[in-house]
Design a protein around this ligand. Structure first.
Ligand SMILES: *Cc1c(COP(=O)(O)O)cnc(C)c1O
Length: 220
């Protein structure tokens, strides 16, 4: 079933869009099944679970941290994480930079934006990120590499609203690219879209979709 689900999803995603298979709460056996079809990019939202899976699964897996990350836990994933999606404060950026230095790595990150109407979702807004990007503290960060933006749409059946929210993230990306990252070839990712809305996200310019339940089944 996992194999068929992945196969189907891959046929609905254009080649330039990367599929992050969200394996949170799912056992290693299920991840291995996806791995055996060729999937190498997996996303987790809890640090302990991410570390455990990194340690016990094949080393050529690219692990993405997609959940909210507390500063005191950055040190556990800094040695191996491939991309951190949910970066939403200067404090967190500084800690990622510090831990990147300790591990001798430059850690790739996405700035998370608050595009949903729900108050519970984390993220910057445009004035906040601009303040960060212009700050002297930010200029000192040598071991982070911003590669784009990430956001989550409101959980609603109103497709028009979801479309508008994804469009707003695309607009934020375009503005940041133009004003701050024109020289950075790696700043090119827009991580948006989950099982329920990834097709709308792709239509609005997503380059990276994070799909869990449509691959591995619903979570309890
Ligand atoms: C769980 C999660 C997903 C995947 O959600 P599905 O609806 O199962 O596809 C994507 N992004 C984030 C940030 C998540 O926490």
């Amino acid at each position: 079933m996992i194999e068929e689900n992945l196969d189907y999803i891959q046929t609905t995603i254009p080649e330039h869009v990367q599929l992050v298979a969200v394996s949170k709460t799912k056992p290693n056996e299920m991840i291995i099944r996806a791995y055996n079809t060729g999937q190498r990019v997996f996303g987790e939202n809890r640090v302990q679970e991410l570390v455990d899976k990194f340690e016990s699964l094949p080393k050529d897996i690219e692990w993405h941290m997609i959940g909210h990350l507390q500063t005191n836990k950055v040190k556990y994933i800094a040695p191996f994480v491939h991309l951190i999606h949910g970066v939403d404060s200067l404090k967190l950026l500084k800690e990622i930079n510090k831990q990147g230095k300790k591990s001798g790595r430059t850690i790739r990150i996405l700035f998370q934006f608050h595009i949903a109407t729900e108050s519970s979702k984390f993220g910057f807004d445009l004035p906040e990120i601009e303040e960060v990007l212009k700050s002297a503290d930010y200029a000192k960060l040598t071991n982070i590499e911003p590669v784009g933006v990430m956001g989550m749409a409101t959980f609603t059946s109103d497709q028009r609203q979801v479309r508008e929210e994804f469009k707003s993230l695309k607009d934020i990306f375009t503005s940041l690219k133009k004003n701050y990252f024109q020289e950075s070839a790696s700043f090119k990712e827009i991580s948006m879209g989950m099982s329920g809305d990834y097709q709308i996200a792709i239509e609005q310019g997503s380059t990276m979709v994070r799909v869990g339940s449509s691959i591995f089944g619903s979570r309890t």
